[in-house]
Design a binder for this molecule. Structure first.
Ligand code: ATP
Ligand code: MN
Length: 462
């Protein structure tokens, strides 16, 4: 027989009364000498399907290997359940045991802490919590592609190994095949990268943006969606060393178009999750964050507040609130400042624009005031910064001047400057951290719990 997924059996009543074939992992078994009940989960949904074994048809020995974690294959009739807690159940006709799981199986009982499960990251997908998170993650990835394709954007694949180390977005992981114990040296005593794999220093990308701009200034509107690497030693609940980023880049967009797109985009993602992952979101809300659904709805139904960095800093200064890091014009805002604006002051998502140029990247469009650039950060409750973006400097002279001021080696920037040298256009883009969006959508608080295999400083298991 062909396998049915539990999600589709529970979704409609069309299979009721028919013989079905289900396969999955046992969550629990209980019962007495007349009847035994198995809660079966196959990963397609957070809900288990109850399998009823009539002990007139089966014997104790056959059912003995059915312990928590074992994998089984059952056929039987799907019927409406008489018991509480589930709508349908299967009256088992046949049983095949694929694999047993003895009492060393680490996920014996319910209610393990997230910390414990992080140590068992190779098995945690078999828990309800991580099943739910992984399904939401997959749905959201699909929604992101759908959103951009519906708008006519092209999916651009930017490189993961790069030789441009001037993005300034964060510290990089070097990529080399040189023997680290006996590095080849030049006559001056420096490492001789001409002998390295690519013949020069290379690293894992911290952002696909610069290459994204090459795409946007050719095929109009592009987005990237791929892994990103940052070798920053930041052990926070919001930073990973390997994370996924979505970076749209659009020709002929100014900063307002950019903000409009960012707002529409995150609202689309949230709507998608509410519409397509309801069971998982409800499960996560019940177990981790009672306000999750209200918060998602709230973001959907409110315009994001837009104000300048300067206005934001004024609010923070006047607030009288004691921040761990003092705030004044010119400082880079900390997460506590961002969250104050969002959670305490406006109680809405906020888009801050026009930051001091010193704390932002060289490629951002310079304002007439000579002090600020046309940056925009989208700030969310619980998380702080979820998106960082800007209108890009389109003027060759101004961009080159900024590159000189920051002593960025011109030889590395030549290819990038060609976008301004030839047929330059106004354009804009932003970067959204996929896992930060997932934190918001799932109500999880630690970013290590929304990616299957987290990489953080001193941690690279599995
Ligand atoms: P933060 O100040 O939070 O470190 P950033 O200013 O370094 O962020 P950008 O360089 O603008 O961030 O990157 C764009 C987006 O990528 C951020 O808005 C965030 O959503 C995400 N992001 C950045 N660094 C990380 C990280 N280490 N782990 C997960 N997501 C990240
Ligand atoms: Mn950072």
């Amino acid at each position: 027989m062909k396998r049915s997924k539990i999600a589709s059996l529970l979704a409609t009543d069309t299979a009721v009364g028919t013989i079905v074939d289900v396969r999955g992992w046992v969550r629990t078994r209980r019962g007495n000498k007349y009847v035994q009940f198995v809660a079966l989960n196959d990963g397609s949904t957070v809900h288990n399907l109850q399998i009823v074994f009539d002990m007139n048809k089966f014997n104790d020995e056959e059912l003995k290997p059915i312990t928590t974690g074992a994998s089984i294959h059952v056929t039987g009739r799907l019927v409406e359940s008489q018991g509480k807690g589930q709508k349908y159940e299967i009256q088992a006709d046949t049983l095949e045991i694929y694999g047993t799981a003895d009492d060393t199986y680490p996920l014996q009982k319910k209610g393990h802490t997230l910390e414990f499960l992080r140590e068992k990251a190779h098995l945690r997908p078999r828990t309800n919590t991580f099943g739910a998170v992984l399904r939401v993650r997959s749905a959201l990835a699909y929604a992101i592609h759908k959103f951009f394709h519906n708008k006519g954007f092209f999916y651009l694949h930017t490189p993961l190994i790069t030789s441009s180390d001037c993005e300034g977005a964060g510290a990089m992981f070097q990529v080399t095949t040189l023997p680290l114990n006996e590095l080849p040296r030049t006559d001056e005593g420096n490492v001789d990268y001409s002998q390295d794999f690519f013949g020069k220093p290379t690293a894992l990308t911290v952002s696909g943006q610069l290459e994204g701009e090459l795409g946007a200034t050719a095929i109009g509107e592009i987005y990237t969606f791929g892994p990103t690497f940052r070798a920053e030693n930041s052990n926070t609940q919001r930073h990973l060393s390997e994370f996924w980023m979505i970076e749209p880049e659009m020709a002929f967009y100014d900063i307002t178009d950019n903000m409009d797109l960012a707002e529409e985009f995150v609202k689309y993602c949230i709507r998608y999750v509410l519409d397509h992952c309801r069971d998982d979101i409800e499960f996560l809300a019940e177990h981790y964050d009672k306000e999750l659904i209200d918060r998602l709805e709230f973001v959907l139904h409110n315009d994001f507040v837009r104000l300048t960095y300067t206005e934001g800093v004024e609010i923070l200064e006047k607030s009288g609130h004691k921040f761990e890091f003092p705030v004044s014009w010119g400082v880079d805002l900390q997460s506590e400042h961002e969250r104050y604006l969002v959670e305490k002051h406006f109680k809405k998502p906020v888009i801050l624009t026009d930051y001091p140029k010193e704390i932002k990247a060289f490629y951002m469009k310079q304002n007439e005031d000579g002090r600020t650039v046309r940056a925009m950060d989208v700030l969310f409750p619980q998380i702080g910064e979820i998106i960082g973006g800007s209108e890009r400097e389109a003027d060759f002279g101004k961009l080159k001047q900024r590159i000189d001021e920051l002593h960025i080696p011109m030889k590395d920037m030549c290819w990038y400057l060609d976008t301004r040298r030839y047929g330059t256009v106004p354009h804009s883009g932003f970067g959204l951290g996929f896992e930060r969006l997932l934190l918001f959508c799932t109500g999880m608080t630690n970013i290590r719990d929304v990616i299957p295999f987290p990489r953080t400083p001193k941690n690279c298991e599995f």
